[in-house]
Design a protein. Structure first.
Length: 293
């Protein structure tokens, strides 16, 4: 079995209804596909209904599952409430919310207008807050026994990152929300977790983060100790586990899936990897020769 194979047993998500924001493209689409293959019914949302309808049609055909495409700009609470209502009208319940929708682009921060900064904060932080609040209120109101919120952040939620400052600021907020609600809402049976992916090539991200020749100039694989980028099925496997009952005791966790990338950037002496094998004998001799001098 390879790492890009489906991981969970058949029907692991049977009976579940899962909302995936930004589910019409990229990683959201990959997670939706796998949730469907595992027997869930899904709701995919974003601003572009046409794109969602196309994805829904494609996935219904390929998986035999049921997909409800709904236009919903997560920045607006009234649209999120309407999206929840349409979901309940169609499926009668919701078991899990995946806050996956995001906006991002590279830019020196001083070049950003106030509105550009706000736009990213509004999609990522306010959007995740809007969906979480609407769903949380609903689950608490109806005394649903168990439910799950899964937030897609990234590793710079805790390290920060230059040139994507609004996204880093917003993802850090989502991470804080994850850990806070994991404690506060556990008494209502709501588990809250997060995934922090490293690079998983998608059109949405790569067009905005590595435009033009940057893809070749900054080869992401070189930053990653495992020497490769992530495959969509790997992320889908982890997401499916975290919304499934198999992870019933996992709460408030953020799981990094980045091949060791952020730690490579963080470790003080990680640059010593560049030292050729044959140089280590000489270095060891030099170090030992200093003993007791
Ligand atoms: C500077 C920019 C800009 C740019 C837009 N703006 N692009 N400023 N450099 N490249 C400014 C605009 O001029 C405007 O400010 C403000 O931002 C809002 O732009 P709009 O185009 O009006 O906004 P909107 O149509 O809502 O589009 C949002 C968007 C767009 C974020 C700008 O890129 C988008 O739709 N993105 C959605 C998908 C996405 O980003 N996916 C990637 C996620 S990747 P003014 O002042 O002029 O009004 C990700 C990965 C993280 O998160 C980790 C990777 C390892
Ligand atoms: P993507 O395909 O661009 O996904 C972003 C999605 O968000 C799109 O479907 C977009 O759809 C939707 N969206 C944007 N603004 C929205 C809004 N206001 N309301 C509702 N939906 C909105 O990029 P991706 O790479 O798959 O990213 C998915 C998630 O993974 C994001 O949270 C991202 O931060 C995270 N992530 C990705 C990587 C990576 O390497 N790809 C790494 C770390 C984290 P519309 O444009 O149709 O609205």
């Amino acid at each position: 079995m390879g790492y890009n194979q489906p991981m969970l047993r058949d029907n692991a998500l049977e009976g579940q209804v899962i909302i995936i924001t930004g589910g019409g493209s990229g990683l959201g689409k990959a997670m939706t596909t796998y949730f469907l293959e595992l027997g869930a019914r899904t709701v995919i949302t974003s601003r572009n209904l046409e794109k969602l309808q196309k994805t829904a049609e494609e996935l219904e055909k390929s998986t035999g599952g049921e997909v409800l495409p709904l236009a919903c700009d997560v920045r607006h609470y009234d649209q999120v409430e309407a999206m929840l209502k349409s979901t309940l009208d169609k499926f009668g319940k919701v078991d899990a919310l995946v806050n996956n929708a995001a906006g991002n682009f590279i830019s020196p921060t001083e070049r950003l207008s106030a509105n550009a900064f706000d736009t990213i904060i509004d999609i990522v932080l306010k959007g995740s807050k809007n969906c979480t609040l609407a769903l949380g209120k609903h689950w608490i109101d109806i005394k649903q026994e168990k439910s799950t919120v899964l937030n897609i952040v990234t590793t710079y939620a805790w390290t920060g990152s230059a040139y994507v400052v609004p996204s880093a600021t917003a993802k850090a907020g989502v991470l804080a929300m994850t850990r806070s609600l994991a404690v506060e809402w556990a008494k209502y049976g709501i588990r809250t977790n997060a995934i922090a992916p490293g690079p998983f090539p998608t059109k949405g991200a790569w067009d905005r983060l590595l435009p033009g020749d940057l893809k070749e100039e900054f080869d992401m694989k070189k930053k990653i100790p495992l020497g490769r980028v992530g495959e969509h099925q790997e992320l889908a496997n982890l997401a499916a586990y975290l919304v499934s009952d198999f992870s019933a005791f996992v709460n408030g966790e953020v799981i990094t899936i980045d091949g060791g990338e952020w730690l490579k950037g963080a470790g003080e002496f990680n640059m010593l990897e560049k030292i050729p094998e044959q140089m280590w004998d000489m270095l060891e001799m030099m170090i030992r020769s200093k003993k007791d001098k």
